[in-house]
Design a protein around this ligand. Structure first.
Ligand code: ADP
Ligand code: MG
Length: 442
């Protein structure tokens, strides 16, 4: 096997020092600081955060770095060093910052300007977050994540940017300069900032995110998977026992960038929402009891069939398609419940945890493929290949239509897996998923 297939997270200090050098060259002045936010991998809980389901994300060591310095004319000047997106410096005027920004297709700068708008909104109710009226900034962005690879580069960009704005433009930042910010941020602060980033992505960018990605980037704990209850966004950090004792989680970037904005994701979401409305719920989590089990899924599906019996279509959508999206959401919620229970327990052996988590991952992939219908050929092939090479389990993560596959595997099987993946496609990259820290100032 070759190292070329592994995408390294890099050495944060080196990345930071390169970035501030580039910042000086680009803007002709020094950066005031550098902020980082991680990408994420999700053990389970795809397409259910906006239905208030439970998700189990963890932060990657890979992520996005933002170097910045403040301005006093309200403008943003932004540049990304990502080769595929870099189009020089974008200047955003104060009157262009907000939900009236031109939509479709959103320029990457909207993720950043959206965050400044959302922080200003948050500051209206929380004075310590109130952004100075004439605040603006110069930003330079670099990422060690695949962009559009289902590992949430968008939330990483938002969360690193919001910390930069918080540090440079608010009373909170003035009271807690540089790395002091990290200790000063409370859990509630992080929850509020994650919510602001969600507003930026939903209201300014116009993407359908439910909060999973931003919660992971802003609230993850090193070494832990977060069990995130999207009813109230409470979190329970859990150990993944088999990872501490030998097994590895690997994210396989298929090299196919997804295009969530081009309508398919919204279409899947609309199917599931139509099913929820037929059942009389705003969000599908409410169709299940406190601790959902497989039998509960059957009951809800029976109820759906009864209500749909006389109908030819559901809000103009295929009833069969709505039923499949419904089944994905409900079974995904049951899988999250099982994982939460398994990883909360103490009495399980490593082998048992690994094979049970693996089976849940693979079952989730089948649901993504057959019910959510968001998988694609390379992802299916990567899952098949991983299982054939002895992985405990594998699944597509992220919204689908491109993106990455998460694989649980014993170290002994990794060389065979990397060799087999290299034969599938040269575009495939592997990232070690080492549950890492949340967004912070460097
Ligand atoms: P994912 O979050 O899975 O990587 P998304 O489609 O949600 O995929 O977000 C990708 C978009 O986020 C990019 O098209 C770009 O607009 C923005 N983005 C993410 N990372 C960067 C970056 N490092 N530089 C510039 N824009 C970025
Ligand atoms: Mg995203």
């Amino acid at each position: 096997t070759t190292d070329a297939v592994w995408l390294a997270p890099g050495e944060p200090q080196e990345i930071q020092s390169d970035l501030v050098t580039r910042f000086q060259e680009e803007y002709g002045r020094a950066a005031s600081g550098t902020w980082f936010a991680p990408g994420r991998a999700n053990l389970n809980g795809e397409h259910i955060d906006f239905h208030a389901g439970r998700c189990l994300p963890m932060a990657l060591a890979h992520g996005t770095y933002v170097a910045a310095a403040p301005r006093t004319d309200g403008k943003l000047r932004l540049r990304t060093l990502d080769a595929s997106l870099d189009d020089g410096v974008t200047t955003v005027r104060p009157d262009q910052i907000g939900p009236d920004a031109p939509a479709e297709p959103a320029h990457w700068s909207h993720y950043v300007s959206g965050v400044l708008w959302a922080l200003r909104e948050l500051g209206r109710s929380q004075p310590e977050f109130a952004v100075d009226a004439d605040f603006g900034a110069d930003l330079l962005v670099v990422s060690t994540l695949p962009i559009g690879g289902g590992l949430s580069s968008s939330a990483a960009l938002e969360c690193a940017s919001i910390l930069a704005f918080l540090a440079l433009g608010t009373p909170f930042g003035q009271d807690n300069p540089l790395q002091d910010l990290n200790a000063a941020l409370t859990r509630q602060n992080r929850t509020d900032l994650a919510a602001a980033c969600v507003r930026a992505e939903v209201e300014v960018v116009g993407a359908g995110t439910g909060g999973l990605d931003q919660s992971a980037a802003m609230r993850a704990r090193p070494g832990k998977v977060l069990s995130l209850d999207c009813r109230d966004f409470s979190v329970t950090p859990l150990d993944i026992g088999c990872i501490q004792r030998g097994y590895r989680l690997i994210a396989v970037d298929t090299g196919e960038a997804h295009r969530l904005a081009d309508g398919q994701f919204g279409d899947r979401r609309a199917d599931a929402e139509a099913a929820a409305r037929l059942l009389g719920f705003d969000r599908l989590r409410d169709a299940l009891p406190e601790h959902p089990r497989k039998a509960d899924v059957s009951h809800v599906l029976e109820e759906f069939d009864r209500l749909a019996e006389q109908l030819e279509a559901l809000e103009g959508r295929s009833i069969e398609a709505c039923r499949r999206r419904l089944r994905h959401a409900l079974t995904e919620m049951v899988r999250s419940e099982k994982l939460h229970h398994l990883l909360s327990g103490e009495a399980y052996g490593v082998r048992h945890i690994a094979s049970t988590v693996g089976d849940i991952l693979t079952a989730a992939h089948m649901s993504m493929r057959d019910d959510a219908e968001v998988s694609f050929d390379v992802a299916d092939l990567v899952v098949e290949t991983a299982l054939a090479q002895g992985a405990e389990g594998a699944r597509l993560i992220g919204g689908g239509f491109g993106g990455s596959v998460l694989v649980l595997i014993s170290p002994a099987a990794i060389p065979k897996l990397t060799a087999a993946l290299e034969r599938i496609s040269r575009g495939i990259r592997l990232l070690d998923v080492a549950p890492s820290a949340a967004a912070h100032a460097l």
